[in-house]
Design a protein around this ligand. Structure first.
Ligand code: PHE
Length: 459
């Protein structure tokens, strides 16, 4: 449940719908699903098995298994933790604000918001910084007290409620006019103009959404008992995560295609509207077309906040457990130092949505050159750049190194013992998994990276 909590988060509810929207739907979804199946699932097993075998933080895991040189992969994971948390906490803060806004609607009645309201909200420095701060504080308090007790218990109750509410929302939107168009947009692939950059985005997102490529699952694997079976856990996490992401898309797009004013808002350049889809589109459904929407609205954003929290906890835990383990700090010092560093980065992200001009327009590799275009896409501003760099580069590269480690460096005996304990001869399933980890996953990741660098188009 804690692993599912880490996987299910803003990646599913916020990021997947908006990147699917900006990448033209169907073809992107198909490539994403292929990435989950071919790379994501085998990697999930691989990371959990490293963690459980090493019983150590990500920075210490490789050394503990006897491969000190690979320790750099662990530290790369710690770096990714900082980078991801540095923007994730800002978006997570928005869920607290949406909750507050929906409470207001529920009490004093819904008013269609001004199209510029979201742009004004994201460029308000005080609001952005205080929301980010609140969310990080909440995360730090829980990580300081230790992950297993609080988070596991609450994940057990809140995750199923989130699933039920999403199912209910999905059912409600089947009655909307735009439902058919949404299904077509999502599930009818059109590969015209499909570029390697979009494939990298799909691959990177499959890592991001499953919390792979940076050691979150290694860390959680280290808390897993020997009695637990790795394969069923991995299957459950991957399936739940994928279902929730697809449901979020169906809901969001059905609303967008049903209400033309929303489509205009989402399509509009500037103001971060595509990025804010989760926070802009849904209230309309709650308050105009949904039975009991006044109750469901605020509740939904509590759950979004919770889904985000169970992810930020796992991100901070990767950093904190590594500092405790490798620098011999106590948990309190590690939590305080890493949270302060993350908050520093968070402030830069929070101010990069319009509040501060140079942070909002930052293009670290310059503009108008091919190199910058391929590495950072068309992104600008600290928040978008951190998001892009982590998902498109840090996680795929981390993931590639982890598959190479499990596939080629770690002896087969070790992975066999973790995946199929007590079995002498490897079952077919093990052989298939090993084939994916050794060949299919690294070749796919490597191929996509090379395709992006050489500017390929798959249309
Ligand atoms: N998987 C989380 C989400 O989808 C984000 C995350 C990435 C968490 C990497 C931990 C590690 O929201």
């Amino acid at each position: 449940m804690a692993a599912s909590g880490s996987a299910i988060g803003l990646g599913n509810l916020w990021k997947f719908p908006y990147i699917t929207y900006t990448n033209n739907g169907g073809s992107f979804v198909l490539v994403y699903l292929a990435c989950i199946l071919i790379v994501g699932f085998p990697m999930m097993c691989a990371e959990i098995l490293i963690g459980r075998r090493a019983q150590s933080s990500v920075a210490g895991a490789f050394g503990k298994l006897g491969y000190r040189g690979w320790g750099i992969v662990g530290w790369l994971g710690v770096l990714s933790g900082f980078v991801i948390l540095g923007f994730y906490a800002v978006i997570a803060g928005w869920s607290l604000y949406s909750f507050y806004q929906c409470m207001n609607y529920s009490i004093s009645g819904y008013e269609t918001p001004d199209p510029k309201a979201f742009g004004a909200f994201v460029s308000n420095p005080t609001q952005q910084i205080s929301l980010t701060f609140s969310f990080l504080l909440l995360t730090a308090l829980i990580v300081y007290r230790g992950v297993s007790k609080g988070i596991e218990a609450s994940a057990k109750i809140l995750m199923p409620i989130l699933l039920v509410i999403l199912a209910w929302l999905a059912f409600t939107v089947t009655g909307l006019e735009g439902f058919g168009k949404a299904m077509e947009f999502l599930f009818k692939p059109d590969f015209a103009g499909f570029k390697a950059e979009a494939a990298l985005e799909a691959l990177g997102h499959s890592f991001f959404t499953l919390s792979l490529g940076m050691g979150a699952m290694i860390t959680y694997g280290s808390y897993m008992s020997k009695k637990e079976k790795i394969l069923p856990v991995s299957v459950t996490v991957v399936i739940l995560d994928t279902i929730i992401a697809l449901m979020a898309c169906v809901i969001m797009f059905s609303i967008i295609f049903s209400f033309p004013e929303i489509q205009e808002k989402v399509g509009a350049e500037g103001g971060g509207s595509t990025v804010g889809m989760l926070f802009v589109t849904l209230p309309e459904l709650f308050y105009t077309s949904m039975p009991y929407g006044r109750v469901v609205g605020p509740l939904f954003y509590v759950l979004v906040a919770f889904a985000a929290l169970s992810s930020t906890i796992s991100l901070l835990e990767v950093i904190v457990s590594s500092f405790v383990d490798k620098l011999n700090w106590n948990r309190r010092l590690a939590t305080v130092v890493s949270s302060v560093l993350v908050f520093g980065l968070g402030i830069c992200s929070a101010l990069s949505l319009g509040a501060n001009k140079s942070l909002s327009e930052l293009k670290p590799l310059g503009s108008d050159n091919v190199f910058s275009e391929r590495i950072t896409g068309d992104k600008e501003g600290v928040l978008s750049i951190l998001d892009h760099i982590s998902a498109n580069w840090l996680l795929p590269v981390g993931g590639l190194l982890i598959t190479l480690f499990v596939g080629w460096a770690l002896p087969k005996k070790a992975s066999m013992e973790e995946l199929f304990p007590g079995r002498e001869t490897p079952p077919a399933l093990y052989k298939a998994w090993l084939f994916f980890v050794r060949f299919v996953a690294p070749i796919s990741i490597g191929w996509i990276i090379v395709a992006v660098i050489s500017g390929k188009s798959f249309s």
